[in-house]
Design a protein around this ligand. Structure first.
Ligand SMILES: [Zn+2]
Length: 271
């Protein structure tokens, strides 16, 4: 399955259908476009799908998927494919968002398919700047499941409740991790550095090592986070869902998962 093209991922049963009305009576136009015989909608392979957020052709997307799997940064991808940094950055965001949204329980966190609601008042350039104690940060879980992990959003818990739990607490950069009482796993959230300073958890290298000693999942997470440098607290669930996918899948099945994911239709979040 390693050589399945993005075209095949878009039309999985081989039938091209109208993304508007699902009609399968389609005729071909010039330039790889199609027209629906019923509603007359003109479309192409990527219409209505995640891939369509970036004006990139099939080959560029194939390359980007390959680089993403190898953990390349947006800057390296931009250089290699001669794209603008913004476009390379957006293409990675498209991959991560499409992976996140496969889990419908994360949809309440989204303002739109490519934007997670902000909650940290330390966001750069915010004129109403005030110290943030992470109080609005959503709480996530990582649970061991089979040979992989399952990342979840835990709306029933808030940061205050988590901080008061009698468990081991660890800060690693902007990420807070503690044991999940009664579960085989962890509770996590991410917010700005101010909270970390307040809680005086400065020995994060020790915290990182203790987590890495517990599971190869954490070793992989930190390796990836080292490559990604700084990320905004709001991007945290995108990375968690990415790590869940990377930990679960081998290289070739990860390629299939990502291809399938970015070739799926973007859900309408208004409903
Ligand atoms: Zn139609």
């Amino acid at each position: 399955m390693d050589n399945t093209s993005l075209h095949e991922f878009c039309w999985e049963d081989g039938y091209i259908f109208c993304p508007r009305c699902s009609n399968k009576n389609i005729y071909m136009l010039k330039g790889d476009r199609y027209r629906c015989s019923l509603c007359k909608y003109t479309f192409h392979d990527f219409s209505g799908r995640w891939l369509n957020y970036c004006s990139l052709d099939h080959n560029s997307w194939e390359e980007i998927i390959k680089y993403y799997i190898s953990g390349w940064s947006a800057a390296s991808i931009a250089r290699s494919l001669n794209l603008s940094y913004n476009l390379a950055h957006k293409s990675l965001k498209v991959i991560r968002s499409s992976l996140l949204i496969r889990d419908e329980t994360f949809i309440p966190l989204l303002e739109n398919p490519l934007k997670i609601r902000t909650y940290c008042s330390m966001a750069e350039g915010d004129a109403r700047f005030k110290h943030c104690l992470g109080e609005n940060a959503p709480v996530f879980s990582v649970r061991y499941a089979g040979t992989g992990v399952k990342v979840g959003y835990v709306p029933s818990l808030n940061v205050k409740e988590v901080l008061f739990m009698q468990t081991r607490k660890r800060f690693c950069r902007s990420m807070f991790v503690c044991d999940y009482p009664g579960e085989n796993g962890y509770l996590l959230f991410s917010c700005c550095a101010y909270l970390r300073k307040k809680t005086r958890c400065d020995n994060f290298l020790d915290h990182r090592r203790s987590l890495e000693a517990e599971s190869s999942f954490w070793t992989m997470c930190f390796e990836m986070l080292d490559r990604y440098h700084k990320f905004s607290p709001e991007s945290f669930p995108l990375y968690l869902k990415e790590f869940e996918a990377r930990y679960e899948h081998g290289l070739s099945s990860l390629k299939a998962l990502i291809s399938k994911s970015i070739c799926s239709f973007v859900p309408d979040l208004k409903h």
